[in-house]
Design a protein around this ligand. Structure first.
Ligand code: NDP
Length: 526
């Protein structure tokens, strides 16, 4: 690994900023450190402690100590803290964008996309969270004589294990509703991208979050991850499907709940009545945003055979115009991949597809002349339905285009996968598009947009089915997972039993008669 680079010269940051952030991580002794490289030059930008399992347990204990007072804070005050946090994230955007870009190598507009998600999530849950958390009155068995009230208590301490591809959004988009619900949160970011989570922890404190309620632990996933799952009351995980399975297994053994957003092999369906230019533009945005390292990105495009040639021409033409590069200002279209290892995995997927007979219409090459981890936006055709490039997540700037005879074949191919995260349908007829969308087995299907319209609808749940995960983030579902419901049922007529003087046979007949009347009444009222 090269030594700390002069790459800081192009940013508003200095190596001292990373030292200050790393010092936020509390350990109970001297720990070895993990060097963090920027993929832009593969030089070190700082280091963080390799927390042990004991350090993680201590962080959770601290969070557990701070949580009751936070939970007892009126919900309006919790909202005020989180809305202030959203404002601070926006106000500090220049430094935060530099930090995200340094850690990930992504282009500035991709970093901005994730940053803007935070104020919008704070604002959504600030407006809607209190209603979700308020007590609700439910029907008792006998109107007026009995009642049931449901209240919602925070689960306690929530663990968030986040990945490297959207380190800002994916460390906080779940933490915000968890905190609003009165929980404490301990976040373990990916070891490649720890600094932006630490920078946002600083802003949470500035916004007025009491000490200890939000903490970051750093270190290797295989050490810190299991330790976190063993100590918390709920775990949110975003990452690869195989790691997700181990997280779910461990959570299951501990009898805690979890939500998992995992991989995808997202289909894009272009119908015969689609506007080809719009669909091609959407394919470029969808497949190559964040250099394709986006769990929602389309990796398979099924195009009606009548539009296939026109679509491919337009898509290839627009893709060839994309610029690769790095700048801490707005400029290049496509940034770096996260690491040389990941570049190798993307290159290997494309090379083996080509060896198996796929045709390359664009890209297909690493670009060491631009930077050590850059790969060209790549379009493949002539791919077999059971090939690796069609079945396995590539997680890079690589997409396959496949002609289909009609909408039915498109749906069949789209659903021929173990994943089910996000899909899109492209059509001039939105009613028809919605009908097709209902037949696609994904947690979210977007019409005439590859993913952003679904993600940005913060009021609507988002998550996957099958190998793409469990549970949902966003919307009421996104906050309700962080509370335990408690029912307080009241009888105004004493205990639910028959008077001692009434023979059991008579009581049974009365109870059965009452049950029949009640069922009829319920149906009649429906
Ligand atoms: P991982 O699933 O390994 O990493 C995601 C997070 O889990 C990281 O914070 C990681 O920590 C942590 N982790 C690793 N091992 C464990 C464990 N045993 N228990 C708990 N947490 C753990 O993803 P990778 O980075 O290895 O990427 C592999 C593939 O996953 C990608 O190529 C892509 O296909 C997919 N992926 C999907 C994402 C999505 O948004 N759905 C995001 C990222 C990847 P650490 O890295 O510090 O060890």
């Amino acid at each position: 690994m090269a030594q700390t680079s002069d790459i800081y010269g192009n940013t508003r940051l200095a190596p001292g900023d990373m030292e200050r952030l790393a010092a936020r991580v509390v350990t109970s002794g001297d720990r070895s450190s993990i060097g963090v490289e920027t993929p832009i030059t593969e030089s070190e930008i700082g280091s963080v402690p390799a927390c042990t399992a004991a350090d993680v347990a201590t962080a959770v204990d601290r969070a557990r100590g701070a949580q009751p007072e936070w939970a007892a804070t009126p919900v309006e005050s919790r909202v005020a803290v989180l809305e202030r946090f959203g404002d601070l994230v926006f106000d500090h955007r220049d430094d935060l964008l530099d930090t995200v870009q340094l850690e990930t190598g992504k282009v500035r507009q991709d970093a901005l996309e994730e940053l803007l998600d935070i104020p919008s999530t704070c604002s959504y849950y600030g407006s809607n969270g209190p209603t979700e958390l308020a007590d609700s009155e439910r029907s008792g068995l006998i109107p007026l004589a009995t009642t049931a009230t449901v209240s919602y208590d925070p689960v306690g301490v929530v663990g968030v294990i986040s990945p490297w591809n959207y380190p800002l959004t994916l460390s906080f988009t779940d933490a915000i509703p968890a905190l609003l619900a009165g929980n404490a949160v301990v976040c373990k970011p990916d070891e490649r991208t720890p600094f932006v989570a630490l920078a946002l922890a600083e802003l949470l404190e500035e916004a007025g979050l009491p000490e200890g309620v939000f903490q970051v632990v750093t270190g290797e996933g295989a050490v810190a991850g299991p330790a976190l799952i063993d100590a918390v009351d709920y775990v949110v995980f975003t990452g690869g499907t195989e790691t997700g399975r181990t997280v779910a297994e461990r959570a299951g053994r501990n009898l805690i709940d979890c939500s998992l957003e995992l991989g995808g092999k997202n289909p894009m369906v272009v119908l015969d009545d689609a506007d080809v230019g719009t669909a091609a533009r959407g394919a470029v945005t969808g497949a190559f945003t964040n250099a394709g390292q986006l769990c929602l990105a389309p990796e398979r495009i099924y195009v009606d055979e009548d539009r296939y040639d026109d679509f491919l021409d337009a898509f290839v033409g627009a893709t060839r115009e994309l610029s690769l590069g790095h700048s801490f200002s707005y400029g290049p279209d496509v940034g770096s991949l996260i690491s040389a290892d990941h570049l190798e995995s993307v290159r290997e997927s494309v090379d083996s597809a080509v060896e198996a007979g796929a045709s390359l219409f664009s890209g297909g090459r690493a670009r060491p002349d631009v930077g050590p981890c850059f790969y060209e936006p790549t379009i493949l055709t002539d791919v077999a339905p059971d090939s690796r490039i069609i079945c396995e997540e590539t997680f890079g700037p690589v997409v396959s285009v496949v002609p289909v005879s009609d909408a039915d074949e498109a749906v069949e191919r789209a659903n021929d996968t173990a994943y089910g995260l996000n899909g899109s349908v492209w059509t001039g007829d939105l009613d028809r598009g919605r009908d097709i969308a209902r037949r696609i087995d994904c947690g979210t299907v977007c019409l005439n947009d590859p993913y952003a319209v679904g993600w940005a609808a913060v009021d609507a749940p988002m998550g996957g089915i099958g190998d793409s995960g469990l549970g949902r983030r966003h919307g009421p579902e996104g906050i309700n997972r962080f509370v335990e419901s408690k029912t307080i049922a009241t009888s105004r007529i004493g205990p639910f039993d028959s008077p001692p003087w009434l023979p059991h046979g008579v009581a049974a007949r009365l109870l059965s008669g009452f049950g029949a009347v009640q069922r009829r009444l319920t149906r009649w009222l429906r």
